[in-house]
Design a protein around this ligand. Structure first.
Ligand code: PMP
Length: 357
């Protein structure tokens, strides 16, 4: 008896970062360090816990399905109209809603590879056809090749900027050329999950492209804003696109707690900027130290770094775990390491030195 789709058997599952409590138990250590899911290493922002607790007191009621207060706050903060905004259960859910809102079975979805591991899963479960364009020699998007891959079946292109897991970022001139080449019949989704960590002034803010009706900017409160566990992301798009996404979104998927937590976090923008600056300073320090071991480590614009270790990736991941540090190996390709506190980064660098030095 077969009750579910046979094609799902061949689909890889999304792999979350390993639990540090499990690893600590296995190693008999008081604690392990998790640098595997691109979270920020600080606790929730001031006011978030209280706001969520207060919201939970009313949790016998459904959330505001229109997410009005949060959409209006986001609209004000980012200088756009609220009708351009849709929220979802993490930006990964919004990426899926976008595919559902644009692609019919057989329609093509282009993305660079390697990129965010959820993209192929989202494409496959939605019936869209994945078109993967290999990263360039510097581990970043090859936007010329991505534009050339567009056919009359292409409905969407995902541009991950900065790219997870390599940390590379496309620049304004390249993106301008790409958008001109693609035209306005294809949705271009700029996934900016790590935007707050960008320091290169040549890397454009996706929101500056909103005069193009086919551009969608995907953001999340999981990373810089520290709300990964509450599951909340948002997109900014042309009003018609945002309305279509709000239509396909699972009803009530932005919970009362997520809405309250997001509002409290957004009131702490100065603290977020301060925390991001600490992460960026550590990113530069870790990159410099790693390049003594692996000279090809690309410059990162995100809160993680990429070690292009090829066949040594899994072995390196194991060596770090043996020293109580969880990183994210991608077999045969490389290892992504999230920037943590200075002490966590030191522990990782010691493990890297032991494994590679
Ligand atoms: N986009 C990218 C590029 C990511 O790396 C992630 C998280 N790993 C997401 C989207 C999804 O984040 P969330 O669903 O927590 O908003």
């Amino acid at each position: 008896l077969r009750l579910t789709r046979a094609d799902l058997d061949a689909l890889p599952s999304y792999v979350p970062g390993r639990s540090p409590a499990d690893l600590a138990r296995e190693l008999g250590l008081p604690e392990a360090i998790k640098l595997a899911s691109n979270e920020v290493p600080y606790g929730p922002l001031p006011g978030v816990v209280e706001a969520v607790a207060e919201a939970v007191a009313g949790s016998h009621r459904y959330p505001d399905m229109g997410v009005v207060a949060l959409r209006e706050t986001l609209a004000q903060r980012y200088g756009v109209d609220a009708d351009r905004i849709a929220t979802g259960c993490g930006s990964v859910a919004l990426a899926e809603h976008l595919v559902r809102a644009t692609c019919l079975p057989g329609d093509e979805l282009i993305y660079s590879w390697r990129s965010f591991e959820a993209y192929p899963i989202i494409a496959a479960t939605s019936g869209a056809t994945s078109v993967r364009v290999p990263n360039d020699a510097g581990h970043g998007h090859d936007l010329t090749a991505m534009a050339a891959a567009v056919t009359d079946r292409t409905r969407m292109v995902l541009v991950c900027n900065p790219n997870n897991p390599t940390g590379t970022a496309v620049r304004r001139a390249e993106l301008d050329r790409f958008l001109d080449a693609v035209g306005e019949d294809v949705l271009v989704v700029i996934d900016e999950a790590y935007r707050e960590f960008v320091t290169d002034p040549e890397v454009p803010d996706g929101l500056t492209y909103l005069d193009r009706p086919n551009v969608v900017v995907l953001r999340t409160l999981s990373k810089a804003w520290g709300l990964a566990g509450l599951r909340i992301g948002f997109l900014v798009a042309a009003p018609a696109v945002a309305a279509a996404v709000r239509k396909v979104v699972t009803p009530f998927s932005t919970s009362t707690a997520a809405q309250a937590g997001a509002l409290a976090a957004l009131a702490e923008a100065d603290e977020v900027r301060r925390r991001c600056a600490l992460v960026v300073a550590e990113r530069e320090r870790v990159t410099e130290a790693l390049r003594k071991l692996v000279p090809e480590v690309p410059a990162s614009q995100a809160n993680f770094v990429w070690l292009p270790l090829g066949d040594r990736a899994v072995e390196f991941g194991r060596a770090c775990e043996a020293r109580g540090v969880i990183v994210r190996p991608f077999a045969g390709d490389g290892v992504r390491v999230t920037i943590g506190t200075p002490a966590e980064n030191d522990a990782f660098l010691a493990a890297a030195e032991a494994a590679l030095g």
